[in-house]
Design a binder for this molecule. Structure first.
Ligand SMILES: O=C(O)CCC(=O)C(=O)O
Length: 346
């Protein structure tokens, strides 16, 4: 679906202003809500107004059994990021260019106020519901059945003491659709990676007295998501992002990073993310980063949305884990981003 109406063009052409940004955010969220509450017409209208093409088809359309948009998807896997435009993606007109510059030069950037209060409430509620539902097995979706069984019956302790972990959020509620399809995120990712697909959508939360994932309960060491030194020629392969569901600061175990370490080994001073709930932090996967110790016990829920070049394997094999209820919401753009083209057209 190509956005081509007057309103869409006007939204794209609009210069940056706080007002535009506010409207843009609201409309993105309204797209999701419209999908659930008001059906196809409102969804399309809101999507066009925002210049945002949703990756999810509206619920009313699904219920009516309408045919999916014509998929010309056979060779999507091999196309570059320019394909996003062909699939209807419209970059945000109102994202300050300094974010791409910061991401390039210091390796990370904070975009405040991306999640508005209503969406934040929904994300928090869904996150907490998943944690409650999954109980001891939270974060063990990918573990073999026998390993899960030993944790379930109390033979073994959960593998990551002191951290709440959720995996595969793509399949755990439509409220997360707007995270991995957010125009500002996709735009920033495409400023680093030549072509990309979702790597994983997980969440972590160190609890009081702990510092992230580590089998012994130690604070998570600094690491690169690529598990490799900075690449030559800035030939990056991974970009990660944190969606802040709570205020992040040094006292509650905020993610810490070493600025510029995506470009070279060595010693810039470590900094902690210090930003309010609702912010989006995007960072190069080659930057040194890690969780930190949560001394205050204040909640620190972070949703991590990570992207890899299309030639790499995904951390979560989206085709393998895709649930039918998720698959039926996806447009061609959504399937491309998740790289589930083959499974849905088979
Ligand atoms: O939870 C955090 O702040 C960082 C998590 C992280 O870097 C990881 O799990 O690899």
């Amino acid at each position: 679906m190509k956005v081509n109406c007057k309103c869409g063009r006007a939204a794209r052409a609009a210069a940056f202003s706080l007002f535009t940004l506010q409207c843009f955010r609201y409309r993105i969220i309204s797209c999701c809500e419209a999908a659930r509450a008001t059906g196809a017409a409102a969804m399309r209208r809101l999507g066009r107004l925002a210049g945002h093409v949703s990756v999810a088809r509206p619920a009313a359309e699904l219920q009516a059994g309408a045919a999916p948009e014509a998929p010309a998807e056979q060779d999507l896997r091999r196309r570059s990021a320019a394909t996003l435009a062909q699939l209807g993606f419209v970059p945000p007109a109102d994202l300050d260019t300094r974010h791409a510059a910061e991401l390039r030069d210091q390796g990370w950037t904070v975009v405040p106020g991306v999640i508005d209060q209503r969406w934040l409430d929904e994300l928090r509620a869904q996150y907490d519901e998943c944690i409650a539902e999954e109980g001891l097995l939270a974060g063990m979706d990918m573990a073999p059945e026998d390993v899960q069984a030993r944790v379930r019956d109390g033979t073994d302790p959960p593998p990551n003491p002191g951290v709440r972990l959720l995996l595969d959020l793509v399949n755990k509620g439509p409220v997360f659709d707007c995270v991995w399809s957010h125009p500002a995120l996709l735009d920033l990712v495409s400023s680093v990676l030549p072509d990309f697909k979702l790597n994983s959508l997980n969440a972590t939360e160190p609890t009081k007295g702990f510092g992230g994932q580590d089998a012994e309960g130690n604070t998570q060491p600094l690491h690169r998501d690529t598990l490799a030194p900075p690449p030559k020629d800035e030939d990056y392969t991974l970009v990660n992002s944190v969606w802040l569901l709570d205020d992040f600061s040094e006292s509650n175990g905020a993610t810490r990073l070493r600025p510029e370490s995506h470009r070279r080994e060595g010693a810039t001073a470590e900094v902690h993310i210090d930003a309010p709930a609702g912010s989006l932090v995007v960072f190069n996967g080659s930057i040194l980063h890690g969780a930190s110790f949560n001394a205050s016990g204040a909640r620190r829920r972070g949703v991590f949305c990570s992207w890899v070049v299309r030639s790499a394997n995904q951390q979560t094999d989206q085709a393998k884990f895709l649930r039918p209820s998720t698959a039926e919401r996806l447009t061609a753009l959504g399937r491309y981003l998740l790289d589930v083209v083959d499974t849905t057209t088979a």
